[in-house]
Design a protein around this ligand. Structure first.
Ligand code: C2E
Ligand code: CA
Ligand code: CA
Length: 545
């Protein structure tokens, strides 16, 4: 996958994550928060139940100590009045009793209590209390009562009444004995195992019974003899979440998508061709290759054309046709030209100082020919290279001239610097002849489309000959581009063309390869006079190392 696609994929993924994560995270957090709130609510109910039961236990203990302190007989009139006061002050009791031998002797209310059938008694608890959990009153068949007894004094309690103030449709309530895990009363759906005397029997706990779908608070009262269960279905929370999600999820997705869109816009902006060009300029990803220019009459290398390349990715080099038009459209071409001149200076300075007649051709774009800054840039480059700086040539295409009428003053200023002017791709544009008369060109470069048909009977072959006649009449030097065969080279040489350029002589090559090419002076092309084919390896269009 190309790096650009990888970056786009990463941005997309990041956008998706950025978009969706907050929604799911917020929902998760909201659910946790709701569960936390619900546990606190259940705790409050458990505390309320705890207070109610504790009140009875405290009253029971107090009843015994107070009566002992008074020294009054339990069932004397004063003792009964005391039993009545205790009954009135105890939230959950129906009556206060005095008992002997598991029988009620007297009570705070009517004599009916003496007939109370106490049933089975629990062993004494750590707090000295004995519990009769299934006491019954004669004639009251549908209710069972509990009797809490300590040292003969007792309270008659209706367990359902203990929890009654807390009963709610969404709550499950239970009172249990942690020691044996048995409930004394329950309301709603209360499961046996919540009260079970497991290892955690003596500790209060909160837990989610996922199988049953309940949040449970298991509260053990002080002393560890009584326990309270308060539970609620988790569905109440999930219903709340569903209500919350109904607006939150769409809102979250809208926000997420906006984030995603912004990320995509940003990534598109980051990856826009213009930004890529700017980045390449900043990071020095452009480099030059040089293609030899050959004297067709003796095969000598008399110069080179600088051709721009973009090291786009590690293994990808882009040709100018891919990026020069974009640079022109996005207004970056002049920055690119500036960098080309800097690259020429870096690559060629010392070489050109030793080769004062070596022609070095650079390509200018339409907007370069319109900009008054261009001659200044070229002049600066010449100055930096120093005296004997070779023979520079500026190549301009017909298309560039067609668009820009102010090119004439710029071209004149360039020429005034001692730089030669070449008209490039000649014959491919419009009103070519007019240009030759208007602009001060020194060299005419015959486009390679003519070269490919030069030795054929095609009409364009004759056109090329007319172009050459015209150039010669105007006293211009001529150069044929795209020469790939000796026949083509011989053809142009026989038509008086001075110079040639093409794969036959050498492909665009690095500056070092060019220096070697010139030093070896291989004379790759031997004019037909000598009847030789090109010899020696032809350097290829490869980036410099
Ligand atoms: P051009 O100025 O006409 O350059 C000649 C093109 O023909 C080069 O393509 C070269 O590699 C190719 N060529 C040379 N010999 C042969 C051959 O024998 N056969 C064939 N088929 N092709 C040959 P390249 O390097 O891809 O450049 C394409 C165009 O990009 C150039 O056409 C020029 O107009 C533009 N260009 C190159 N460098 C620059 C630059 O620095 N600035 C500007 N503004 N334009 C540039
Ligand atoms: Ca050119
Ligand atoms: Ca050309």
């Amino acid at each position: 996958m190309k790096r650009r696609h990888v970056i786009a994929a990463i941005f997309l993924l990041a956008g998706l994550l950025l978009g969706c994560l907050p929604v799911f995270y917020a929902l998760h957090q909201a659910r946790q928060q709701a569960i936390g709130d619900k546990y606190r609510e259940l705790d409050d109910v458990a505390q309320g139940l705890d207070r109610r039961v504790r009140n009875a236990l405290v009253m029971l203990t107090r009843m015994h100590t107070e009566m002992s302190a008074r020294g009054e007989a339990a069932c004397s009139p004063a003792g009964i009045r005391h039993l009545q006061r205790v009954a009135a002050r105890t939230q959950i009791s129906i009556a206060a009793l005095y008992m002997e031998d598991h029988r009620v002797v007297c009570s705070s209310s009517d004599p009916l209590m003496q007939q109370l059938v106490l049933g089975h008694a629990s062993p004494k608890r750590a707090d000295g209390i004995r519990v009769y959990s299934d006491a019954r009153l004669p004639g009251v068949h549908d209710r069972s009562y509990a009797v809490l007894e300590k040292e003969g004094y007792a309270l008659l309690v209706y367990p359902e009444g203990v929890i009654a103030p807390f009963v709610r449709a969404d709550l499950s309530l239970g009172l249990f004995t942690p020691r044996n895990g048995l409930y004394s009363v329950r309301n709603g759906s209360v499961l046996d195992h919540w009260a079970s005397s497991a290892s955690t029997a003596r500790a209060s706990s909160r837990f989610l019974d996922a199988d049953a779908g309940y949040l449970v608070v298991r509260h053990i009262m002080q002393g560890g003899d009584d326990g309270v269960i308060v539970a609620t279905p988790i569905a109440t929370i999930d219903a709340r979440m569903a209500r919350f999600g109904r607006w939150f999820i769409p809102a979250g997705i809208v926000i997420g998508l906006s984030v995603l869109a912004s990320v995509l816009l940003l990534s598109r902006h980051q990856l826009s061709p213009r930004n890529q060009l700017l980045r390449a300029l900043g990071k020095g990803h452009f480099f030059l290759l040089y293609q030899p220019l050959i004297d067709l009459h003796d095969g000598r290398c008399i110069g080179a054309e600088a051709l721009l390349r973009w090291q786009y990715e590690e293994a990808t080099v882009l040709l100018p046709d891919r990026f020069i038009p974009i640079a022109e459209e996005s207004g970056l071409i002049q920055q690119i030209t500036r960098q080309v001149l800097q690259l020429v200076e870096k690559d060629m300075s010392s070489f050109l100082r030793r080769m004062p007649t070596f022609r070095l051709a650079v390509n200018l774009a339409a907007s370069d020919l319109q900009s008054e800054q261009t001659p200044g840039l070229l002049g600066e480059m010449l100055q930096n290279i120093g005296p004997g700086c070779g023979q520079f040539v500026v190549e301009a295409t017909e298309r560039a001239l067609l668009e820009e009428t102010s090119a004439l003053s710029v071209l004149n200023a360039i020429r005034a610097l001692g730089i030669e002017l070449a008209i490039d791709d000649f014959g491919t544009g419009y009103s070519s002849l007019a240009y030759l008369a208007t602009y001060p060109f020194d060299i005419l470069k015959v486009d390679k489309s003519f070269t490919s048909t030069a030795c054929t009977q095609a009409v364009t072959s004759q056109v090329a000959e007319h172009i050459l006649d015209l150039a010669h009449t105007l006293g211009m030097q001529t150069l044929a581009e795209g020469i790939e065969t000796t026949e083509q080279a011989d053809f142009f040489r026989s038509r008086g063309v001075l110079y040639g350029q093409g794969y036959l002589f050498g492909r665009p090559m690095s500056a070092e390869a060019l220096f070697q090419f010139v030093a070896a002076d291989t004379r790759a092309y031997q004019p037909a006079l000598h009847g030789q084919l090109p010899r020696g390896p032809v350097p290829s269009d490869t980036p410099p190392h």
